[in-house]
Design a protein around this ligand. Structure first.
Ligand code: UGY
Ligand code: MN
Length: 248
């Protein structure tokens, strides 16, 4: 018998692990006939938002990006997405980036489609224009060896250009692969496990993690991961980038 008083989820000052057993749904204006789970948000101490949206054939997501840019990734299923006239078809692994000040619409969902979204207040950079709308597919993005270890591969989904103040990457670890050091850095992360399992160190705590789990790491949350099991462990994650780290 499962004991409903137990969960692997934890929420601390410097990090959170949110497993799907703790989800309670939110209602979001403009996002219709879907289940929205707000996983990470400013209320937690984060400086961005991460949601998981589960969609059916009647789902429509419409809205206007105001202060925050919107990145979304098709975890499973498929849909259509458009900004202004026309739309593109996205299947599993497809993604979109919608900069501030744009009206968007996502519809044509396959039953059971799951979307991951990241939202971050855009920080303009003098001398650079706001990035343009972008659609792509992870299948078309090369996985580059990470810090010289062929067991670790990193796919960088957004252009590595100063106009972007956020990055979204997919990190694949072969079984036994691990981060080569305990990272200690100012950048913040939000992540979703897409496949596999392993053990994550967050500050002084060690957590078994697997597909479907989400993690928030605040600035300076110390982090290390090793993949376990017989299949690669894969996670997609957000990171703030390209801005001066201190008030000037
Ligand atoms: O980009 C990163 O900081 C990445 N290596 N961190 C992580 O996977 N926890
Ligand atoms: Mn990191």
């Amino acid at each position: 018998m499962e004991i409903s008083a137990l969960t692997r989820s934890v929420v601390k000052k410097s990090h959170a692990l949110i497993s799907p057993d703790g989800y309670i749904n939110s209602v979001v204006p403009g996002w219709k006939d879907c289940t929205v789970n707000v996983i990470i948000n400013e209320q937690m101490g984060a400086r961005f938002c991460q949601t998981i949206v589960t969609c059916g054939t009647g789902t429509v997501l419409t809205g206007k990006t105001l202060q925050s840019q919107l990145f979304f990734y098709v975890v499973s299923g498929g849909c259509k997405a458009g900004v202004g006239d026309g739309s593109v078809k996205l299947s599993k692994g497809g993604y979109g980036y919608i900069p501030v000040g744009k009206t968007y619409r996502l519809d044509g969902f396959e039953e059971g489609t799951q979307l991951l979204t990241f939202h971050k207040v855009y920080e303009p950079l003098e001398g650079f224009s706001v990035p343009a709308v972008l659609f792509g597919s992870a299948a078309d993005v090369a996985g580059n060896e990470y810090l010289g270890d062929p067991a670790l591969r990193l796919q960088v989904l957004l252009p590595d250009e100063p106009a972007f103040d956020m990055a979204v990457n997919i990190f694949t670890y072969d079984p036994g692969g691990h981060l080569p050091l305990v990272e200690t850095h100012i950048m913040e992360h939000g992540l979703l496990y897409l496949a596999g399992q392993g053990v994550y160190r967050l500050d002084q705590d060690w957590y078994p993690v697997r597909k479907g789990d989400c993690i928030w790491m605040a600035p300076y949350c110390q982090q290390w991961f090793t993949a376990m099991g017989k299949e690669p462990a894969v996670y997609i994650y957000y990171k703030n980038v390209n801005r001066f780290p201190t008030t000037i």
